[in-house]
Design a protein around this ligand. Structure first.
Ligand code: ARG
Length: 273
């Protein structure tokens, strides 16, 4: 179980250009800061240490600290990151600040030659809970070619990569529609995946629990599993039952300001250790 997460305060958070179907309404930065503080406290209450990277003016999406790098640990190599290549030009500059942050802390940087391709960190790349493989999605943000280059690099380290194709623009990142709950069970929104990818998921997990379209659009698939808790922006009867079955306790944290940008709890942090 990871012990530390990295977050970025929403000091300069804003909704400017629409990068996904959720973006349109103006944000209330005071409320956003309060919600961010609550999420931070919920993570600390769950036993995590929270590290913070300095926010940068004009980088309005930097608060989504899950996207700028893929973070991992390898037996021989130690801690490493794979820097992202973000699809939207307005997010390109975020990556260098995260790379510097990780470099200063001794992380190896695995730079892929992503020219012409995109790869968006833990938005689309999720560790299986046992860290034996990685789920990697393409379709809206990361490209198939980006995922292939990532898979080749991870293969060299002994981590198999399971590619998944996303087909619903409301689930433009994998972390909106696949949430691993433990080694055996995952929460998914089935409508987000191609038929073949859905088959792969059903064949790979012992238990697949399904969210409805509405639940997934309310970011209930973007929760954080930590020390027996499930931090979620909302709770329905269906989700409550799923969590009961998997022995997780819901912790509801309002993330409505960040949902106006198409993100919620999971997107706002990266597990770093
Ligand atoms: N506004 C951000 C974007 O569209 C939201 C990113 C949400 N992050 C995530 N991991 N789903 O890029």
């Amino acid at each position: 179980m990871p012990k530390t997460v990295l977050m970025c305060p929403p000091t300069f958070f804003d909704v400017r250009e629409p990068k996904n179907p959720y973006m349109g309404l103006p944000v209330d930065r005071v409320r956003a800061q309060q919600q961010w503080n609550h999420l931070r406290r919920a993570l600390e209450d769950a036993g995590l240490k929270v590290e913070v990277i300095d926010p940068v003016e004009d980088l309005d999406d930097m608060v989504f600290a899950a996207n700028q790098a893929f973070v991992g640990r390898h037996e021989r190599l130690g801690n490493f990151i794979v820097p992202s290549r973000m699809r939207h030009a307005s997010r390109h500059k975020e990556v260098a600040f995260f790379v510097d942050w990780f470099r200063q802390r001794g992380y190896k940087i695995i730079d892929l030659d992503l020219k012409g391709e995109f790869l968006e960190g833990h938005g689309d790349l999720l560790w299986h809970p046992d860290h034996a493989r990685i789920w990697a999605a393409y379709g809206f943000r990361s490209t198939r070619g980006g995922v292939e280059k990532f898979a080749a690099a991870m293969q060299d380290l002994g981590f198999p990569v399971m590619p998944l194709q996303l087909v619903d623009e409301h689930c433009y990142h994998l972390d909106t529609c696949l949430c691993p709950l433990n080694d055996e069970a995952a929460l998914i929104y089935p409508g987000a995946f191609s038929i073949a990818s859905l088959q792969t998921l059903r064949a790979s997990w012992k238990r697949i629990h399904e969210l409805t379209a509405d639940e997934s659009r309310q970011f209930m698939g973007n929760g954080i599993v930590v020390n027996g808790r499930f931090i979620t922006p909302q709770l329905t009867e269906n989700l409550q039952q799923i969590l009961n079955r998997e022995g997780l306790n819901p912790v509801v944290i309002d993330t409505s300001e960040f949902e106006k940008s198409g993100g919620s709890a999971f997107c706002m942090k990266a597990f770093i250790e």
